[in-house]
Design a protein around this ligand. Structure first.
Ligand code: UD1
Length: 342
C-alpha cells in the first residue's frame, strides 16, 4: 500500500484529507503535536473509515523527533499542513510565525532529501496574492506585497520549496493555494474545532449563533465592494480534501511536467461577509446577532479563485456551494456542542 505522510493530520484540513486518502486506498501516517487540535480526531477518523492512523506527536521544529518518523516509514509523498494560520496572531507575534512555519518546512525538506521522499504537496494560501489587481485570481496573477506575516510565511515557504528544487531536480511539488476552507464532513463527526480561539468567519458565526459568543463583529463595511464588506471565496472542506488526493495521484502517476505545480483551490465564487451571514441565517433558520465594526488589520479587500487549472490538471471541480458550507458548519456546531467536544 502506498504510504503518505500527513503533517497536521489532526487539524481541520488534515483530518478531512486523511479520510479522503483512506477512501482512495492510501495508507496514512500523521505527525501532529496537538497544539491546535485534539487526539480524539483520530478516533473519529477510525469510526468513519474503520482504519487506525498512526500519529507521531512530534513538533516539526524538532528535527531529531521528526527524523524518527522517516526512519520508521517509507513514504511515497508528504502532504504538509502543519503550520500556524491566524492572520491576526501573526501580526501580533511575527517571529513565532516565521519560526514555526519556516523551520517546520525546512526540517521536512531536509528529511525528504535524506530519505529520498521526492513528492511534496504544500498547503499554501490565496493570501500570497495580497490585494490582487484583477479578479478572479489565476495562478499567473502577480503576487503583491503580503498583507500579514502569516501570508508572508506562505510566500517564503513557496520560494524555499522552489529553491530546494533547483538543487534537487528529481523532487516534485504541488503547491495548493487555498481560498477560504469552511464547512464540515458529511458524517457530521468531524469539522473545524480548534483548541485556540477561532478567528475565522464561519466558526465565529456558528459559535455566535449557538451562544458561545455574544455577537459577531463584521470587520469593515466601508470597503469598495457591493455591500461594503470584504469578499472571500468559501470552499467546502470535503472538496478541498479531495483535491489533495488528486494531487497525490497527479504526482505519483508522473503527470507533473513542471518541477513545481501551483494550483488555486477555491469555489470560483466571491461572497461578501454579509452574504455569508445571510446564507447562514437561511439554512439554519437562526437570526444572527452581528454588528458593524472597524476594519481588521491584515485583511485584503476581495479575493476569489479561477480554478480552471485544478480542473485541467487534477480533474477537480468544487461540488458544494456556500449554503452547503453553512449548513454543514451549523450541523457540526450543534453536534459538538451536544457532545461538549470544543
Ligand atoms: C485568511 C487567508 C486565507 C487563510 C486564512 C487562515 C486572505 C485573503 N486569506 O483568510 O488564505 O487560509 O486566513 O486563517 O488573507 N471576518 C469578520 N468578522 C470576524 C471574522 C472574520 O468580519 O469575526 C471577516 C474578515 O474580515 C474577512 C472575512 O470575514 O473579511 C474572512 O475572514 P477569515 O475567516 O478570518 O479568513 P481570511 O482572513 O479571509
Amino acid at each position: 500500500m502506498t504510504k503518505i505522510l500527513v503533517t497536521g493530520g489532526a487539524g481541520y484540513i488534515g483530518s478531512h484529507t486523511i479520510i479522503d486518502l483512506i477512501s482512495a486506498g492510501y495508507d496514512v501516517v500523521s505527525v501532529d503535536n496537538f497544539i491546535n487540535s485534539s487526539v480524539e480526531t483520530f478516533s473519529k477518523i477510525k469510526e468513519i473509515t474503520d482504519k487506525t492512523v498512526t500519529n507521531f506527536a512530534a513538533d516539526l521544529c524538532d528535527y531529531e523527533k521528526l527524523e524518527e518518523v522517516f526512519q520508521k516509514n517509507k513514504f511515497a509523498a508528504v502532504i504538509h499542513f502543519a503550520a500556524l494560520k491566524s492572520v491576526g496572531d501573526s501580526v501580533a507575534d511575527p517571529l513565532l510565525y516565521y519560526h514555526n512555519n519556516l523551520l517546520g518546512l525546512i526540517n521536512l525538506l531536509k528529511l525528504q532529501a535524506k530519505y529520498g521522499v521526492k513528492n511534496l504537496i504544500f498547503s499554501s494560501s490565496c493570501s500570497v496574492y495580497g490585494n490582487a489587481d484583477k479578479l478572479p485570481v489565476t495562478e499567473e496573477t502577480p503576487l503583491k506585497e503580503a498583507e500579514s506575516p502569516y501570508a508572508r510565511t506562505k510566500q517564503i515557504c513557496e520560494e524555499i520549496i522552489m529553491d530546494f528544487q533547483k538543487v534537487n531536480p528529481d523532487f516534485r511539488s504541488v503547491i495548493l493555494r487555498y481560498f477560504n476552507p469552511a464547512g464540515a464532513h458529511s458524517s457530521n463527526m468531524i469539522g473545524e474545532s480548534p483548541h485556540n480561539k477561532a478567528n475565522n468567519l464561519v466558526p465565529i458565526i456558528t459559535e455566535t449563533a449557538i451562544g458561545k459568543r455574544e455577537k459577531l463583529a463584521v470587520f469593515g463595511d466601508d470597503y469598495p465592494t457591493r455591500d461594503g464588506t470584504c469578499i472571500r471565496d468559501f470552499i467546502h472542506i470535503m472538496d478541498l480534501a479531495n483535491a489533495h488526493t488528486r494531487s497525490v495521484e497527479f504526482l505519483l502517476s508522473g503527470k507533473a511536467t513542471e518541477s513545481s505545480t501551483i494550483i488555486n483551490l477555491g469555489s470560483g465564487t466571491g461572497s461578501t461577509v454579509l452574504e455569508v451571514i445571510h446564507s447562514f441565517e437561511k439554512v439554519s433558520g437562526q437570526k444572527l446577532n452581528y454588528m458593524m465594526a472597524h476594519r481588521r488589520e491584515g485583511d485584503v479587500i476581495a479575493v476569489y479563485a479561477d480554478y480552471s487549472k485544478a480542473k485541467r490538471l487534477l480533474g477537480w471541480v468544487p461540488e458544494r456551494d456556500l449554503d452547503t458550507v453553512m449548513d454543514t458548519a451549523w450541523k457540526w456546531e450543534l453536534k459538538r456542542n451536544e457532545t461538549q467536544d470544543r
